[in-house]
Design a protein around this ligand. Sequence first.
Ligand code: ADP
Ligand code: TZD
Length: 581
Amino acid sequence: MTEASAQVPGDDSDGAPAALTDGIHLVVDAFKLNEVKTIYGLVGIPITDLARLAQAEGIRFIGFRHESNAAHAAAAAGFLTGKPGICLTVSAPGFLNGLVGLANATTNCFPMVQISGSSERHIVDLQRGDYEEMDQLAVARNFAKAAYRINRAEDIGRGIARALRTAAAGRPGGVYLDIPAAVLGEVIEAEKGRRSLWQVTDLAPRQLPAPEAVDRAIELLATAERPLVVLGKGAAYARADAKIREFIEATGIPYVPMSMAKGLLPDDHPQSAATARSLALKKADVVLLVGARLNWLLSHGDAPAWNPDATFIQADIAAAELDSNQPIAAPLVGDIASVVDALIKRTKPGQIKTPQGWRDELKERSDVNVAKMAKRLTAAETAHPMKFLGALRSIRDVLAEHPEAYVVNEGANALDLTRNTVGMQVPRHRLDSGTWGVMGIGMGYAIAAAVETGAPVVAIEGDSAFGFSGMELETISRYQLPVTTVVLNNSGVYRGDDPSATSDPAPTSLRARHDLMIEAFGGTGYRAATPVETAAALRSAISAGTPALIDCVIDPSDGTESGNIGHLNPKGLTARQPASH
Ligand code: ADP
Ligand code: TZD
């Protein structure tokens, strides 16, 4: 227990004064009991003393410049550790700023809890006009996996346990927990408070698939002529790396990793069909989805991206996910570690075989695509001004020397091209824009990766993407985190030569020397205009292990509108590609 500061005459039988505690102490005690190690937040009324006490009690408090970034950090911490990340925000505007991160975490199935202080209930509920007045609980319900409010100090332990459990169990997601200022300040007897707290046992219990469901899936895979496994970020999250590898290698089935599943098996694994992805999807006849949704990122399982006669098997913890887009012939509902374990145990030796012809076909396509890419990379090496691929080739080579480094990645072209160029060797080391394709996760995710792991972090950012969280360079510098930010700076959203400018800059136009920004906070700024300079700067920044930013000067005419998802733009009368002149 934290040291309660006051005593009053109690009604104990011996008349001794009873020790007291309050809401703030109880929150910190509940965190400690549940082994919360870090809080990502931004202070103000009514949570400043909560942050101070948490820090004094040995919980790390990372103070941000904007709540959205703190919430993204908590979400990334949840993905990286498998335990809900904690974000702490103030009332109304602070709460709303954090909500983007909470909603994004829920969309990506990352466990986190956003705790917000809130204003006086009796004023808020009659809309009398309080300081930072808002019915936060009602708002949060729409954007989170669940939302709860604690109305009495004696319920703090219960509320925190419930929030942690809900965030982590089943399909992980974001949980909102509202704690009004009056509850944080409520004083109760310390013993009553102590007895009200508990530690959550087995946060995310295993969920085993039924044996007949597993056999059904195995029989389908056994009849396949062109089987395929798709690994999603749910598979990465499940920490079943060794089992997944064992199953894939024992059956010889080719696999395609979704972007955050890169590294689950090393990207240069001979069964990876990542470099023959289009062909793999178009021709596979039996597809095993492992922690990957058939959403827009997988063209909803529809032709022509997919074989219209493909049969789908889906392993997922959320039964309601199944059949959301295509018929699922063999549902495997359970946690991925248990599902893959059951698949391994129930497959008879030699029962699932992958025809060599299918593997050869993928390998041939892959060789062609790799050769094409190698040619583009070589051409980019000498191009001046520097192209995305020129910078990325250098980044790829330096990162190959540091497989332990975490890669954070956002942007449009900066996202697509990095994903395709930079290989990952280790599971859960790539964090990116995810299911929403959201901009703004960059510095928050990078900070969480550095804080949670202590490993070097390289954030590869489009110049627009970086701007959403750029002020957190100060946070990175204040905590001296080993984060190198590489801005692929082509002076605009998508590209920097949009001809649609009037007397004002074009809607996509941007101008910044990001290397100068970090210097204001005491970090090291580099400017790189060539691939050689990019490699030298990245090597030096990673080996220094201190905050750095490399502004890579990229040809403003390099890049395509909306990256590889330009087809999602509406095609009305005014539709055109402004930057493709
Ligand atoms: P990607 O974008 O990489 O394709 P998605 O985010 O679409 O991945 O899918 C992740 C899926 O993984 C979600 O449907 C989620 O329910 C599921 N999932 C998350 N954790 C687990 C787990 N431990 N076991 C089983 N399924 C999980
Ligand atoms: N706002 C938010 C929160 N998310 C978004 N995805 C967008 C806006 C729209 N958007 C994209 O989808 S990518 C992008 C924006 C603004 C930035 C692309 O420019 P960039 O990258 O400089 O980051 P490239 O490499 O120049 O394409």
